[in-house]
Design a binder for this molecule. Sequence first.
Ligand code: COA
Length: 217
Amino acid sequence: MTGPVLRVPTDDDAARWSALFDDAEVMRFIGSGEVRERAYYDGLVERQQELAEHTGLCLFSVVVDGEVAGFAGIHPWSHPWGPTGSLEAGWRLGRRFWGRGVATAAVRSAVDLARSRAVLRLVSMIHAENAASVAVARKLGMTRESVHRSPDGAPVHQFGLAFGSPVDVSTRRPVAVFPGRPPATAPSRRRGRGDPPRRAGRPDGSSPWRTRGGTRR
Ligand SMILES: CC(C)(COP(=O)(O)OP(=O)(O)OC[C@H]1O[C@@H](n2cnc3c(N)ncnc32)[C@H](O)[C@@H]1OP(=O)(O)O)[C@@H](O)C(=O)NCCC(=O)NCCS
């Protein structure tokens, strides 16, 4: 097996995610458990591209042996319940990629990337019966912090991972805490001819994390 490699999702990945996740078993512990329409993944990919451009982090496409296997990465928990505003580590793979350590390796890379971007803390929200996902969280060193009840009535466990306070050695002050200014580099996708021009920033200087209300997945 080569990979998993993380990259910012391309427009074409929306169709790949849609095909991989058009599976009741994959969606069993996510939201209401319903599979989503293709259009939902177009929006999800677009939001990840924007997040990556502004922050260097997003739900990345996970590539295994040259094939997209799903996503893993960091995005804001944007639901009105739970740890609203926190950064969540999230992961989801197509069923044929399960059971090979792919999720753990992919999320570990994303967590390392977040840490290098001065993220201080991550959460993961996991359905209480989602044993595979709980195992991934624990292998990453996350610990259970609290229990929530989703709007659908599902028991959802909040796992957390704190990195401590990174200090800028030149000033001895805590470094800026993400989300803030976008980092300089990120794993990137090739921009196509049909892509809109890059924006230098929002006119009002606001963060996409807040203005877009984050990522619903
Ligand atoms: C959760 C998911 C990403 C795990 O992917 P994966 O690549 O198989 O994960 P890994 O192989 O890295 O690790 C899975 C661990 O769970 C364990 N596991 C799997 N099924 C389990 C079960 N029913 N009970 C207990 N442990 C289980 C595996 O043994 C493994 O642990 P180990 O390495 O100590 O043996 C994958 O199952 C998935 O996409 N599920 C559907 C979407 C989903 O639930 N996403 C998470 C939402 S919070």
